[in-house]
Design a protein around this ligand. Structure first.
Ligand code: MTE
Ligand code: LUZ
Ligand code: MOS
Length: 757
């Protein structure tokens, strides 16, 4: 089935926040961000701004009737800075004017007096000064201390990985207006309607039932709108509530870039121990997460780093520690992969270094140590339906890796200045929110008396095609035409308390709830059909492709008539269902449990060519065997895999975030922050589904696909490194991701250290 949004997307008819026609008297907001990363806020003077015609108000902390607090996991984040600023771009005030241009002009007239304090910018600095977001945590299995002496080889090192900007096409924004009786409605570009509703409730000091949050769809979120859509929703609501006029706030790309958090940069220390046969006996890793100035979801991201500490490998003895370090950067936040890419990167870096030291191919160490059925993860869950080896072997075979190796070796022999490199990357990603309580989905299904069906779920459509999947499973369960359905906006008055659309769980959780609702309705309809057809046992009735069968034979009863009769009989044509993932649990005290419904596996084969005179590289091919389970929509799923792959390649190669010494982003717009474009895309991309067992906890056996394939991008980093080693065999391996062209060039000539000065 085609993505149901494709038609309106290509015609430009899809509706985002900024497409909603504005009401009369609507004001437009522009946010004033802190010019410095750390400081005391002595005085703000709005008077000149307020003198301008068309400027209605400048709102700030003092205008908040409720709490100036939007922290979700930890209450440590102000909506507007009150006495101190903690990062460049931290909101201080919002100008509300008749047009956005006017508001921006007025904003330039605001005078602020800030006493600058020294900012902390890196996780290691914060760690040295004991500035933490939350207590550090350690996952352990076996006994690392006792094992080191049994290791034939011990490899130690450090690694660094930079952050990543989400670059959703639709920037953050919200549109808010008053309804009657003190109620307020907010159209928000959020992945989490509940979080916006809760944030607004706290800031305004009014209960949640007075607040309606609506999301038609969003123009991409990638995690950046899981927690960080809340401030803009709260600011728009605050203005609408205090000024009694509608207000629209849409961030410009540069404001969005400056004010919002990104993927967390990490710094790592690692130590890997192997026996003579290259079996991994022991792994120790300490991760320093750069969380930025407030908690946001950093403690949860840190948790996923711990869960994925051993990647797709079996490690009998491991000790993995993570520190969430508080710095003066915008609060870093959820982004596709959520702390897992960082953990997998450092593990691969350790293998790469071990392979270089022992003079073997990384592939040998990788294959030998892949997870097998029944292996235990450090958090105790057992690998079940483990497809790690299957994906690897299938990729090796299908993509003729042996032949590829030979071709690359021949190329490298012939060419002096251009070198090719090859990598394999095995993926294992856990599906479920690591916080067990978030694993619940909801669906509200109404059959209208004309036989059409209206569905609302807790899930937010953000381009991942989840609404198409919801529609597919509903149409399949009721066995009626997909044409009869509309999937409505995500709205807190129709679906209360939804979990964020995140952790790749949107389709599983809300799709399962939708199936449950449709099954309940189908049972009711069958009951009415039974009466009408004068049968005895509900099992005599079957509804298939809109035809009602009795004892296996077609009847004259139509779908429309059955629906009509059900309503006539005063039987409800509506159902609200709630699904909670069974089986999963986790105990934080022991750091053990069974946190994931299942794991998603895969293997990526990546080949690259590096121009060693220029330090530039091209990605020749990425070929993947991916474990989709039994996909219900392979077009959408392959689209997700390809998109995630590109985002992952960008993360590891050309997407570079740099801040200056004062904590200001140097690359703060698309002119300077490079994301992959079509010319940078691999010349050849192939994603092949693995033949695998459908998992019962996946939606009709169709495994979650939103995040896992992002991590295939890690393969590009190591393929480039392999090519670089062909040119410079003594290449220093403790490099930084992203491996930009500049870093590549310098490292090829052993001048990488110059960059760090
Ligand atoms: N695909 C598109 N087109 N746009 C997005 O913003 N977000 C990703 C992924 N795929 C995203 C996307 C992220 S971070 C997640 S968690 C999942 O979609 C969420 O949706 P799902 O749970 O329905 O897979
Ligand atoms: N969000 C979250 C996530 O709150 N918990 C998670 O485990 C998670 N995992 C991936 C992406 N977002
Ligand atoms: Mo995705 S990072 O879980 O929104």
């Amino acid at each position: 089935m085609k993505n149901i949004d494709s038609r309106s997307h290509v015609r430009g008819e899809s509706i985002y926040v900024n497409d909603i026609p504005v009401r009369e008297d609507t004001l437009f907001g522009v946010v004033l961000g802190s010019p410095c990363a750390h400081g005391k806020l002595h005085k703000i003077d709005f008077s000149e701004a307020l003198k301008m015609a068309g400027v209605e108000a400048v709102i700030s902390a003092k205008d908040i009737p409720g709490e100036n607090q939007i922290g979700s996991i930890i209450q440590d984040e102000e909506l507007f800075a009150d006495k101190e600023v903690h990062y460049v771009g931290m909101p201080i005030a919002m100008v509300c004017a008749k047009t956005e241009a006017l508001a921006r002009k007025a904003l330039a007239k605001i005078k602020i007096d800030i006493e600058e304090l020294r900012p902390i910018l890196t996780a290691r600095e914060a760690h040295a000064e004991k500035k933490f977001i939350c207590p550090s945590r350690t996952f352990r299995i076996g006994d690392t201390d006792a094992m080191w002496e049994k290791c034939a080889h011990i490899i130690e090192g450090q690694a660094e990985m930079g952050g990543q900007e989400h670059i959703y096409l639709e920037t953050q924004g919200a549109y808010a207006y008053m309804l009657e009786a003190g109620a307020i409605k907010i159209h928000s570009s959020t992945q989490a309607t509940k979080y916006v509703q809760k944030g607004v409730s706290r800031v305004l000091g009014i209960p949640m039932h007075k607040i309606e949050v609506d999301v038609n769809r969003i123009g991409g979120g990638f995690g950046g709108k899981e927690d960080q859509a809340t401030p803009w929703g709260a600011m728009a609501a605050l203005a609408a509530y205090t000024l009694r006029k509608p207000l629209k706030l849409i961030l410009s790309r540069i404001d969005d870039f400056t004010m919002t958090g990104k993927r967390h940069p990490y710094s790592f220390d690692f130590k890997l121990g192997l026996n003579r046969d290259l079996q991994i006996l022991c792994y120790q890793m300490e991760a320093f997460q750069n969380a930025g100035a407030a908690a946001d979801v950093s403690p949860a991201v840190m948790e996923r780093t711990l869960f994925h500490g051993t990647g797709s490998y079996h490690v009998p003895n491991a000790k993995i520690t993570c520190h969430s370090c508080k710095t003066n950067l915008p609060p870093n936040t959820a982004m596709r992969g959520f702390g897992a890419p960082q953990a997998m990167f450092v593990f691969e870096a350790a293998i790469m270094k071990a392979a270089a030291t022992l003079n073997v191919a990384p592939l040998e160490i990788q294959r030998k140590n892949l997870l097998r059925e029944g292996d235990r993860f450090p958090y105790e869950q057992i690998a079940k339906n483990c497809n790690a080896g299957k994906c690897w072997d299938s990729a090796y075979e299908k993509f003729a890796v042996e032949k590829l190796k030979k071709e690359i070796a021949a190329f490298n022999k012939k060419n002096i200045h251009c070198k090719k490199g090859l990598s394999l990357f095995p993926l294992c990603f856990g599906i479920s929110f690591t916080k067990t309580s978030l694993n619940q989905g909801r669906s509200l299904v109404h059959i209208n008396t004309d036989g059409s069906v209206s569905i609302t779920t807790g899930v937010v459509e953000m381009g991942q095609g989840v609404n198409t999947k919801i529609l597919q499973v509903a149409a399949k369960t009721l066995s009626i035409s997909p044409q009869r359905f509309t999937i409505h906006s995500t709205n807190t008055t129709r679906i209360a308390n939804p979990s964020p659309t995140a952790a790749s769980t949107g389709a599983d959780l809300n799709g399962k709830a939708t199936i449950m609702a449709c099954e309940a309705l189908r049972a009711r309809l069958k009951g009415v059909a039974l009466q009408e057809l004068k049968g005895r046992d509900p099992d005599e009735i079957e509804i298939k492709d809109e035809i009602i069968f009795h004892n296996g034979s077609k009847t004259d009863l139509t779908w429309e008539r059955l629906v009509f009769l059900t309503d006539e009989a005063r039987i409800s044509l509506s159902e609200h269902a709630h699904y909670a993932t069974p089986v999963i649990h986790f105990d934080k005290a022991s750091e053990k449990g069974h946190p994931f419904a299942y794991h998603v596996y895969g293997t990526a084969v990546t080949a690259v060519t590096v121009d060693c005179l220029r330090g530039t590289y091209e990605i020749d091919l990425v070929k993947v065997v991916h474990d989709f389970g039994s996909s219900i929509n392979l077009d959408i799923d392959i689209g997700q895999a390809e998109g995630a792959l590109m985002q992952g390649i960008g993360l590891m190669t050309i997407e570079e975030l740099l801040v200056d010494q004062k904590g200001k982003h140097i690359y703060d717009r698309l002119a300077s922050y490079k994301i992959p474009d079509i010319y940078f895309a691999p010349k050849n991309v192939e994603v092949v589904p693995l033949d695998s067992e459908p998992d019962a906890l996946a939606l009709l056996g169709s495994k979650a696909v939103g995040e896992p394939p992002l991590m295939y991008g890690i393969g590009s980093y190591f393929a480039i490194l392999m090519a670089m080693r062909e040119f410079n065999p003594t290449l220093k391996l403790d490099l930084w991701a992203p491996l930009t062209h500049q870093k590549c060039l310098l490292a090829l000539y052993d001048k990488y250290g110059d960059l760090l000065k």
